[in-house]
Design a protein around this ligand. Structure first.
Ligand code: SF4
Length: 317
């Protein structure tokens, strides 16, 4: 029984990868839609930690549509702004307090995870610290340097580093002299205009080829005009789950139009659906563009497979 479940899972994962990698713009719009929905829907095979059982827990296959895998050398955090109010990481860590999260949502260093990307031979998009914030003040600087060393060494992957501690990120990258090559994308969360105006300026002081914004959960309209020339990618999405705060669709349309006008890659993750991963179209179109970093095959393949027109994955800025 175990063997047949394993075989079934392997087939599903292979089919899912085929859906991601196929140049779906070459087939009919209906088939594109089914292919994409199915590819995303299969993320539901992962448990609530986003972990696929077939990999024995060594590979964390993310439910988040704009990445392949999450990597958590640290877990735990503290809330800093309205975007944290319904933090999924906090909910999961507190619910699973025990063997998986002995300290719940308190900051927990996981040194046994530090070298994991070196074991993953296939290039991946990796969301760093999906269960924490890498620039939390309680994460020691020498530990941060070790995380960075792994990212630099395992350079066949593309890393998505996203923080709400933008000032600390800018300060530490400068003072610790952390490299910012094209395969390490640096981003800040901006759920409303106030957070955008506070967090994007320090991001723009970092000389990184790929700087990005995650406007999720989107809690108000955002004018990114002053910043777009320095950005390569914008993600947005509405809040899901119980207690979600619905976004107005015009807030998404505005971000889409700002990106289109500036040539910035735009990724609309979802609207206001209760369940994460649903309601992914914006005005009837799936907008899943990625920045083109030139040398990183996995990101480029995904950009081609999931983008409705080539224009939308041109690197901006
Ligand atoms: S910064 Fe991120 S991980 Fe930390 S509490 Fe806020 S939403 Fe959660």
């Amino acid at each position: 029984m175990t063997v047949s479940f394993l075989a079934c899972d392997i087939i599903i994962v292979k089919l899912r990868r085929l859906c991601y990698n196929t140049r779906v713009e070459a087939v009919s719009p209906q088939l594109q839609y089914v292919s994409r929905l199915w590819a995303h829907g299969l993320d539901n095979y992962a448990d609530s930690q986003g972990r696929l059982a077939i990999f024995g827990g060594t590979m964390e296959n993310s439910k988040i549509s704009w990445t392949d895998n999450s990597w958590n050398p640290v877990t735990g955090c503290t809330q800093v702004s309205p975007g944290c109010d319904n933090c999924y990481a906090k909910r999961i860590a507190e619910q699973k307090r025990g063997p998986a999260f002995p300290k719940g949502f308190d900051i927990t260093l996981r040194p046994h995870k530090l070298r994991d990307p070196l074991k993953w031979k296939e290039p991946k998009l990796i969301f760093v610290n999906s269960m924490s914030d890498l620039f939390h003040r309680d994460i020691p600087q020498d530990y941060l340097s070790q995380v960075w060393a792994t990212m630099c060494q395992a350079d066949w992957h593309t890393y998505q580093v996203l923080t709400k501690r933008a000032h600390r990120m800018a300060h530490l990258i400068k003072t610790l002299n952390l490299p910012t090559p094209p395969h390490i994308w640096l981003g800040v969360s901006a759920e409303n205009q106030q957070m955008a105006d506070s967090r994007i300026p320090p991001l723009l002081t970092i000389p990184a080829p790929v700087r990005f914004i995650s406007a999720e959960p989107l809690l108000g309209p955002i004018d990114l005009t002053p910043y777009l020339s320095g950005l390569a990618w914008v993600i947005d999405g509405g809040e899901s789950g119980s207690g979600r705060r619905p976004a107005e669709m015009d807030w998404f349309r505005s971000l889409r139009d700002q990106c289109d006008k500036s040539g910035v890659a735009y990724y609309h993750k979802q609207g206001n659906a209760h369940m994460s991963g649903r309601d992914v179209e914006l005005d009837g179109v799936i907008r899943h563009a990625y920045p083109d970093t030139g040398g990183h095959a996995e990101a480029a393949r995904r950009a081609v497979a999931q983008t409705e027109t080539p224009k939308q994955f041109a690197l901006a800025g």
